[in-house]
Each structure stands twice: as C-alpha cells, then as structure tokens.
Design a protein around this ligand. Structure first.
Ligand SMILES: *[C@@H]1O[C@H](CO)[C@@H](O)[C@H](O)[C@H]1NC(C)=O
Ligand SMILES: *[C@@H]1O[C@H](CO)[C@@H](O)[C@H](O)[C@H]1NC(C)=O
Ligand SMILES: *[C@@H]1O[C@H](CO)[C@@H](O)[C@H](O)[C@H]1NC(C)=O
Ligand SMILES: *[C@@H]1O[C@H](CO)[C@@H](O)[C@H](O)[C@H]1NC(C)=O
Ligand SMILES: *[C@@H]1O[C@H](CO)[C@@H](O)[C@H](O)[C@H]1NC(C)=O
Length: 292
C-alpha cells in the first residue's frame, strides 16, 4: 500500500490523549522524520532539539518527510528570548500548499513577536481548499512566558473536529459543519516549523517592524510527536482515500475539557474572527455552531 504506518505513542500528553490515543506516544527522531526546508545555515541540530534562527540574511524552517491524514501533532517549543522580537514570526503548522497551489489546506500555530515589556501573542488559524479569502484567526495571550521554558503545542485534526492545545489546555475547537463547504481542511498535510520576517503584519498589524540589531532570533523545538498515518507525496492519491488513525474517532472535547477551554478563552483570547463584524457582518457558519 505504500503507507508508512507511523503510529507513534506519546506519554507526557496523557492528559490530552487519555480518551483519544491508546497508550503512550514516542517522540520522533528529527533526522528520520523531518527535512530542512530553507535557511540551512540557520538550523542547528542538537540531539533531539532543533534550533532555527532568523538573521538579517534569512529565516529558516523544516518540514516533515511525510504527509498525514487524520492525526495528532505535537512539539515542545521555546521562543526567542531577545529583548525585542517585533516582526519575528515563529510557526508550527500543517499545510499542503506545495502540492495544492490553489486549493491548499492549512492549520496554524503562529507566534507574532512582541515589543519590549510585552508578551508574545499566539495566533491560531486554518484554511480549507484554498479559502484564503476567509481567514479564521484567533489571538491569545498566554499564562506563562513562552521564552522561559519549553511548552507543548499540539493539535488534533480529523474529518470533523480540530482542537488546538497548549500544554494540556484546549484553546480552540472547530467542529466542521456542512455549511463550511470546502473551508474545513480535508486533504493530507505535512507538518512545518519556521521562523521568518513578518514585519509587514505580525506585531500589532505591522506597526512594529523587525530590528536586526537584536538578531539572531532563535526558536528551540523538541519532543516532536505525530500520532497518525503518514505517506509520501508520490502516494498522495492513496493518502486521500480515507486513511484512519487513532484520532479518526475523536468526537470533540469532553465536558470538563470544554469547560477548561471556555475558561481559557474568557481570560486570554483577545481576538476572534467570529466576533469581528467588520470583516464578517454575518459570522462564518462554524461560529454559530453549539461548540463555538
Ligand atoms: C547582517 O548581520 C551581520 C552580522 O551581525 C553583519 O555583519 C552585517 O553587516 C549585516 N548585514 C546587513 C545587510 O545588515
Ligand atoms: C530591553 O530594552 C529596554 C528598552 O529598549 C532596556 O531598557 C532594557 O534594559 C533591555 N533589557 C535587556 C535585558 O537588554
Ligand atoms: C463527520 O460528520 C458527518 C456529519 O456531518 C458524518 O456523516 C460523518 O460520518 C462524520 N465522519 C467521521 C469520520 O466521523
Ligand atoms: C476544492 O477546490 C477545487 C478546485 O478549486 C474544486 O474543484 C472543488 O470542488 C473544491 N472542493 C470543495 C469541497 O469545495
Ligand atoms: C535549546 O534547548 C536546549 C535543550 O534544552 C538547550 O541546550 C539550548 O541551549 C537551547 N537553545 C536555545 C537557543 O535556547
């Protein structure tokens, strides 16, 4: 069949995964699971850790060797601790834009830099089938300083449900509703991590630009885990024929996790496209679904 059945089991994520993933997750070897995407000279492998940097000559990033259908993705990340990181974008996301130019899917964690004395902002977003005209951003503060220690950023994605987590706290749940049409991500995606210059838009909408006097900016990644079936790009057709994984049957957060999510959102979410009547006078269909 050409599938590599990558059933990797994670342990520290048992809180997230108790009801979803059987057993424990293993962490992935970087060199077996990922390849360098760009900025080779700014990537440093250090045992199980990977450090990617942004300098005045280039950003950098890496990408999984396989594409995944339904899956649970996770990494521990420590953000650049520089005094000034405006314009610096650090990402952890899935996409298939290299294969589907005009109708790609994407699920994003994006960290949007900060100006002195303020915290990094975390954004989540997603696209389905090239729905770039209808981006679905949410932005949050975090309850910790993400430059001090590693924290776990993870997401579950299957045909009907997506949940983003930080550590074991769910930030956002998306329940696919039919009215979304193709806007819900549906095709296999690769996992990416990048750091780059987003001066145009990242920090307070582009008000604060990058300052290379503070470079290099270095983000540190470790503890990669993917629980799901992967396949090579050549087998994309087979990938698209409904592969299943340990998260295929995930049917949304349990009540106590939903409550945890709502508490988080009440305290830390400061922007949601669902509440932005200027951009969306009529909220997008999933916004009015019961779980929103
Ligand atoms: C880029 O940074 C290097 C090292 O800090 C410095 O030597 C060089 O002049 C910088 N180049 C530009 C174009 O700013
Ligand atoms: C950070 O920048 C501010 C103002 O730009 C400065 O006052 C402070 O000393 C700097 N802190 C460090 C650790 O460099
Ligand atoms: C997704 O939800 C639809 C109903 O909208 C249902 O018919 C379908 O079986 C679900 N798919 C999975 C894989 O759970
Ligand atoms: C996705 O986009 C392709 C190409 O634009 C289109 O043919 C297809 O119908 C779309 N699928 C859905 C589910 O909207
Ligand atoms: C990245 O993390 C590793 C392991 O904790 C540590 O040895 C290294 O100094 C860190 N690098 C940076 C730039 O934070």
């Amino acid at each position: 069949m050409g599938f590599l059945l990558g059933l990797f089991l994670v342990c520290m994520l048992s809180l997230i995964s108790a009801s979803i993933l059987p057993g424990r997750l293993n962490f992935l070897s970087f060199s077996e699971s990922f390849s360098i995407l760009f900025g080779n000279q700014n990537i440093r492998l250090n045992g199980a850790d990977v450090q990617i940097s942004l300098t005045n000559s280039t950003g950098s990033g890496f990408k999984s060797r396989l594409l995944y259908g339904d899956a649970f993705f996770s990494a521990s990340i420590k953000l650049p601790a520089n005094n000034y990181t405006a314009g610096v974008v650090v990402t952890f996301y899935t996409s298939n834009s290299d294969i589907f130019n005009n109708n790609h899917d994407e699920l994003d964690f994006e960290f949007l830099g900060h100006i002195q004395g303020e915290q990094w902002v975390l954004q989540t977003n997603f696209f389905g089938n090239g729905s770039v005209q209808r981006s679905r951003e949410e932005r949050y503060d975090l309850w910790f300083d993400p430059t001090k220690d590693f924290h776990t950023y993870s997401f579950i994605w299957n045909k009907n449900w997506t949940v983003f987590y930080v550590d074991d706290v769910p930030l956002r749940q998306v329940h696919r509703v039919d009215a979304m049409g193709g806007d819900y991500p549906s095709k296999p995606m690769s996992l990416y991590a990048t750091i780059w210059d987003g001066s145009d838009w990242a920090t307070e909408g582009g008000k604060y630009k990058i300052d290379y006097r503070y470079a290099p900016f270095t983000a540190n990644y470790t503890d990669f885990a993917i629980y799901g079936s992967g396949c090579y790009q050549q087998n994309i057709q087979s990938c698209m024929q409904g592969i299943t994984s340990g998260v295929t049957n995930f049917r949304g957060l349990e009540p106590y996790k939903l409550k945890q999510m709502k508490d988080f959102r009440r305290k830390f979410m400061f922007y949601s496209y669902c509440d932005d009547r200027r951009r969306y006078p009529t909220p997008l269909p999933e916004c009015t679904a019961a779980n929103a």
